[in-house]
Design a protein around this ligand. Structure first.
Ligand SMILES: Nc1nc2c(c(=O)[nH]1)N[C@H]1C(S)=C(S)[C@@H](COP(=O)(O)O)O[C@H]1N2
Ligand SMILES: [Mo]
Length: 501
């Protein structure tokens, strides 16, 4: 066990350190984790998002490390018996690492260096450890056992130290070389040429426990497949537009800024959000209007899909019609007054009001291609999600929280409702099996923004179930029929149970 785990520790520590110097995405553990994300069947992905939420990546890496540890134990046991077995096991792992690294869209052949270095030094560590282990376990030892044991302890301590030191230094080097953070810190954004219309004070319900109307960046949900946050260097970053257009184009970051920024408050949400879930937020975005860029390029007739590609290889397909119909489709460069946070897509992300993020909000954007839905299935569509995914009307009870206890008497219920593009025109609340009652709506200055609601409830003693439903600008009321997020967004009424004493 000790031989196996320490061999793996040294190999992965060295690989991590070399990857920090070469390309963070070339770390074999991260690469294998990323392959697992891409290969995971849909139900497993849905389970992971549902169970671990924003910690899904930590859970995934925990799983990878658990499997690695088991495999390392077997490798160690084999190696102590016959070095050959250990060597073969290590080689098999290196092979897996090489394949995983090369399968990533942002790696090049030199990126197998970390795996090779890890495997080579891991092999040396394994041979030293096996020799030391054999002197302890050999029954016919010529030396006193105590001495052998000391030597074994010294060897294992050395290996553990090597593993720990390389991993720690790798971590530190990785942080220092974060080009994205440096690039972002140097960005100076011009003020918007068209600022967002001021928000009326009445958009906020002013009830304790309701979501902030504008979500601070640090609280904004994050959903993506990137195990390491992509680091973009603005010196080399370019955005291209090509495909079925008369005039393909390439822009630098400064070219985009020079077009002038518009500023808009827009609510963004994720198709994976369960009824009542947290993957929705509102921010003040600034960016370059997308429709004029496409029109200037001259779209060929018969095209209906814009495929965005991000620096780490995500593909997102957006209906051209949604971008060109007059809504505020943006290439966003700022979020709540600062350059996009790295996690939210620095330097540029797309934003199309009314569409779930996976069809309209590509982060770390680097290219756009005009094409058709017939010609290309983007990442999530390949995995069975709907190609056309307008946001479904939804509402959520923010307060009281599930299983809250309150005193009998007036209790304020409050929450948010959203139906981007259509807007929210009514929210109703139901207590137990009573009649649906109108909630009070806060101001709703734009259909692309969520809307807060409140309801003053005269709460009697007992255990009660609270339900909420919304009606959108077309007059359609949310269906009570429960549907899972897959394949085009959850439906059903959010409910919560509280105890009144
Ligand atoms: N490059 C890239 N862009 C992406 C994704 C991704 O995995 N990779 N996820 C999409 C999804 S599913 C959503 S809901 C939004 C989430 O944006 P946020 O993390 O800034 O909230 O980003 C979208 N853009
Ligand atoms: Mo999403």
């Amino acid at each position: 066990m000790v031989v196996g785990v320490l061999t793996a520790g040294v190999a992965l520590g060295v690989a991590h350190l070399v990857a920090a110097l070469v390309n963070p995405a070339a770390d074999p553990v991260l690469a294998v984790g990323s392959v697992a994300i891409d290969l995971a069947p849909q139900p497993l992905k849905a389970y992971a998002i549902r169970t671990f939420g924003a910690n899904d990546k930590i859970a995934l890496l925990g799983g990878v490390y658990t499997l690695l540890t088991l495999a390392a134990v077997l490798l160690g046991a084999g190696a102590v018996r016959r070095r050959r077995y250990g060597a073969a096991g290590l080689a098999a792992f290196a092979g897996l690492g090489v394949v995983a690294v090369l399968s990533r869209p942002i790696t090049t052949p030199v990126d197998i260096l970390p795996v090779l270095a890890g495997a080579g030094i891991g092999m040396a560590a394994m041979l030293v450890l096996v020799r030391a282990a054999r002197t302890v376990t050999a029954s016919a030892s010529s030396r006193p056992r105590l001495l052998n044991r000391r030597q074994f302890l010294a060897t294992t301590a050395g290996a553990a130290l090597t593993a720990g030191a390389t991993a720690t230094i790798g971590q530190a080097v990785g942080r220092r070389s974060a080009v994205g953070a440096r690039a972002r810190a140097a960005v100076r954004l011009p003020p918007p040429v068209r600022p967002a219309p001021p928000l009326p004070a009445g958009v906020s319900a002013r009830v304790d426990g309701v979501s902030a109307f504008r979500t601070p960046n640090r609280d904004f949900y994050r959903v993506d497949t990137a195990l390491t946050v992509p680091q973009v260097d603005l010196e080399t970053w370019r955005l291209t537009l090509d495909g079925a257009v008369d005039r393909p184009r390439t822009w630098t970051f400064d070219d985009l800024l020079a077009r002038g920024l518009v500023e808009r408050d827009i609510t963004l949400n994720c198709v994976s959000n369960e009824v009542g879930g947290p993957y929705v937020g509102t921010a003040r975005w600034s960016g370059v209007p997308l429709a004029p860029l496409l029109r200037e390029a001259g779209i060929h007739p018969g095209q209906n899909q814009l495929v965005s590609r991000s620096v780490e290889g995500m593909t997102i397909g957006t209906p051209l019609e949604a971008i060109l119909d007059g809504r505020d489709a943006l290439l966003a460069v700022a979020m709540n007054g600062e350059p996009l946070p790295l996690e939210h897509g620095f330097p540029v992300r797309m934003l199309v009001p009314g569409l779930y993020g996976y069809v309209g909000a590509c982060k770390w954007l680097t290219s756009m291609k005009v094409t058709t839905f017939d010609a290309f299935d983007p990442y999530w569509v390949q995995r069975g999600w709907a190609a056309d995914a307008p946001v479904k009307t939804a509402s959520r009870i923010d307060t009281p929280k599930p299983f809250a206890q309150r005193r009998a008497g007036p209790v304020m219920l409050a929450g948010v409702a959203w139906a981007q593009r259509r807007g929210i025109t009514a929210v109703e609340v139901q207590i137990d099996d009573g009649p649906w009652r109108q909630a009070r709506l806060a101001d709703g200055p734009s259909p692309d923004l969520w809307r807060q609601w409140t309801y003053r409830w005269d709460a009697p003693v007992g255990s009660h179930t609270l339900r909420v439903r919304a009606t959108d600008g077309t007059g359609a009321t949310q269906t009570g029929q429960r549907a899972t997020p897959f394949p085009d967004g959850a439906t059903g009424w959010h409910s919560t149970t509280v105890t009144i004493t």
